[in-house]
Write a protein that binds this ligand. Structure first.
Ligand code: ATP
Ligand code: MG
Length: 678
């Protein structure tokens, strides 16, 4: 049942406050989400409100599901937990006939096409990137409650993607085009606008709604837009049974129009509000919170009320690590190796995340993880092969294979095929173009790897290999490592977090650097969000060149200044990047699997084949019995290392790379028995 003893004193004050306005202003991992879940449970348990009269708003539908799940565990069902959009959509479906009679409407499913037409109507160039930028601008304006007429004068210091009057014209045309003879087309923002409008303009609708919903809770309130706030105000009317929680230091959606001001001004709007600050971070070790405090402590122009200092409540853990690598493929391979080691030490793969700034960065890590045999899932952004530009690229290559093309240099052929899709020799500056460019380049890199591995590959063979890759990318979704952008990682937590690609112009991203200080500060907060996702293990890494052998012209993220020494300028190779050598032939090892075994894949195996096979059979049986993926018990690489080193006791076993104390505890006896030492 609901036991408020599961909360600390400050959390309890917030959870058990009487009905009415409550505001929790607190840092990452301090239990905000947990506290509001308990608050809902407590209000229901005490009979202040019934479950179906509560509306909880979360930032993602995943978070909504999580909240319902946690409430169910406490024996409470029937609470509505939704995103603003999902809640508005449901309400509009219900109230539409009352406000619009039988005027039909449907959700606009291809906004891009419509905006494209509006762009052409306004006689602007309509390349994909331009349309996308203007579309983003219209979304910002709508979320900020700015009409087409107001747009030019409400721009402030924003740089519009086209002359302001032109953007306003496109915006107006777009709005007009949604009224079709067959009925209204509504985009996502319209759902919110019309919901607020229905409640504001129709007393009957408002009364019915307010009869139904009495108590409101909003998570991640620092990232609410004026449009969402208007919906919230319409829901409430003149009532004040509202609990909000947020952390201004985690405002990372300003570019969509979101603002922390509603959170920071809450107690001005509701002078009788219970305001609680939480500082104890239950998620992370003091080592992680120490770094988080330093990162956010360097923020410029911090808003009053955001000067929270996190106190890590978990037992001490490892220091965060920083690692510079020569190039991205090396960075990805090394990280995959680290992940393999963590898994071997007993950290579940589902408790490990690789976080990056933009989705295109996932490609090289997807590749490295799949090479190392590690299952993964890509969150918030589709997997590499389902990206539109990659799908287009593959179909162009298939088309090329049907023509009579010169197949002598497949890498060049691929490059030439991808030029019309946006592969230029210079890295473009626009965010969207850059992301596209990076994934096209990642595809070229992949082709280069495949060609290197199979020198006599022809185009059909290459397409088959790409198809294989694509099909392998349907990994089991359970037990996998998470790949996610920093934006998509909001509110989540993992035992081990790898913050990768920390180079200037990726974090902070180039367009933020161009836009100036405010935008750069938002990027810093994004870094802070990343750091605070880790419970225990945290590794920050970056690569000095993009490609293997490329010019090392990149600079690590400016946010690391004052946090780590400039590793690149130190003499020699940074420690974390020191090559590891084969124990047979002494040459430098490359792949993660080779490093775990400590031997080149091509060097003769030093182990008795039968011993290795016995270990493998034991491992597979154990995995089956425990219902896990085989590599979660021991990876093949680790089994090989065990077979080669033939440890005779637990201490020796512990010295095998990839075997940690957890593994000894779980499997030590059995492994030694298989080796005949027990
Ligand atoms: P974020 O700012 O990232 O959204 P948050 O403030 O919402 O973080 P939660 O996700 O609610 O934090 O909690 C972080 C972790 O700390 C969770 O694993 C949660 O279960 C745990 N936690 C919170 N409060 C307590 C507590 N009083 N005792 C033990 N664990 C707690
Ligand atoms: Mg939270």
């Amino acid at each position: 049942m609901i036991n408020l003893q599961d909360l600390d004193e400050d959390q309890r004050i917030a959870a058990s406050a009487p009905r009415g306005p409550v505001c929790i202003l607190a840092g990452a991992g301090t239990g905000k989400t947990r506290t509001i879940t308990y608050r809902i449970a407590h209000l229901i348990d005490q009979g202040f409100v019934s479950p179906n009269r509560v509306l909880a708003v979360t930032f993602t539908s995943r978070a909504a599901g999580e909240m319902r799940h946690r409430l169910n565990l406490m024996g409470i069902g029937g609470v509505q937990a939704r995103t603003f959009h999902a809640a508005a959509r449901k309400q509009l479906l219900y109230f539409w006939p009352q406000v619009a009679g039988n005027l039909p409407w449907r959700l606009l499913d291809n906004k891009f096409q419509l905006v494209g037409r509006a762009v052409r109507g306004a006689r602007l160039e309509s390349q994909t990137e331009k349309v996308r930028d203007i579309l983003g601008e219209i979304e910002w304006a709508k979320a900020s409650l700015i009409t087409p007429e107001q747009y030019p004068e409400r721009l402030g210091n924003r740089t519009p993607p086209a002359p302001a009057e032109k953007v306003a014209e496109v915006y107006q045309r777009y709005e007009n085009m949604k009224a079709t003879p067959e009925g209204m087309l509504l985009d996502f923002d319209d759902l919110l606008l019309h919901t607020a409008g229905a409640l504001e303009n129709s007393p009957a609708v408002a009364e019915e709604f307010r009869q139904q919903y009495r108590s409101f809770v909003v998570d991640e309130y620092q990232d609410v837009t004026p449009l969402q706030q208007r919906v919230l105000d319409a829901w409430l009317g003149d009532r004040d049974d509202l609990t909000v929680v947020g952390d201004a230091n985690q405002t990372i959606y300003s570019f969509t129009g979101a603002t922390p001001n509603y959170l920071l001004n809450f107690s001005r709007k509701y002078p009788n509000a219970t305001v609680v600050k939480l500082q104890r971070d239950y998620r992370s070790t003091p080592q992680v919170t120490g770094l988080a405090n330093t990162v956010i402590g360097q923020a410029r122009g911090r808003v009053a009320g955001t000067g929270l200092e996190l106190e890590g409540m978990r037992p001490a853990g490892p220091e965060p690590e920083f690692a510079a690598y020569d190039d991205e493929p090396t960075e990805a391979r090394e990280i995959a190796g680290r992940i393999l080691t963590l898994i071997d030490q007993g950290v579940p793969a589902s408790e490990i995340a690789v976080l990056y700034r933009i989705n295109a960065q996932s490609a090289v890590f997807e590749q490295a993880l799949s090479d190392a045999g590690i299952a993964y899932q890509v969150r918030g952004g589709e997997g590499f092969f389902t990206r539109p530009e990659i799908r287009q690229a593959l179909s162009q290559l298939i088309r090329a294979s049907q023509r009579d093309v010169d197949e002598s240099d497949l890498v060049r052929l691929t490059q030439r095929t991808l030029v019309p899709l946006g592969l230029s020799s210079e890295e473009p500056t626009g965010a969207q173009e850059r992301e596209r460019w990076q994934s096209l380049n990642a595809l070229v890199d992949l082709v280069r790897d495949l060609v290197a591995a199979t020198p006599d590959l022809d185009l059909t063979g290459l397409l088959l290999k790409l198809r294989e890759r694509q099909e392998e990318k349907h990994p089991p979704t359970v037990d996998g490592v998470t790949l996610a952008s920093l934006h998509a990682a909001k509110g989540l937590e993992w035992d081990a977090v790898f913050l990768v690609g920390l180079v200037d112009s990726t974090l902070p991203i180039s367009h933020a650097i161009k836009a100036g200080d405010e935008a750069i500060e938002e990027e810093r907060r994004l870094f802070y969000v990343g750091v605070t996702r880790a419970r225990e293990h945290l590794v920050c890494s970056w690569a000095l060149a993009r490609q293997e052998g490329g010019r090392k012209s990149r600079k690590r993220s400016r946010f690391l200044d004052g946090i780590v020494l400039d590793l690149a300028s130190e003499s020699g190779t940074p420690r974390s990047n020191r090559p590891q050598n084969c124990r047979v032939c002494g040459s430098v090892l490359h792949s993660a699997a080779e490093k775990v075994v400590g031997r080149c894949a091509s060097c003769p195996i030093q182990a008795d084949e039968q011993v290795f096979e016995a270990l493998r059979t034991w491992r597979n049986d154990t995995a089956k019995r425990e219902n896990k993926a085989a590599y979660m018990v021991f990876s093949n690489a680790t089994l090989m290392a065990i077979a080669e080193m033939n440890p005779t006791n637990e201490n020796e076993l512990l010295s095998v790379p990839g075997v940690g104390p957890m593994k000894i505890e779980n499997y030590g006896d059995e492994v030694l028995a298989v080796l005949g030492h027990r």
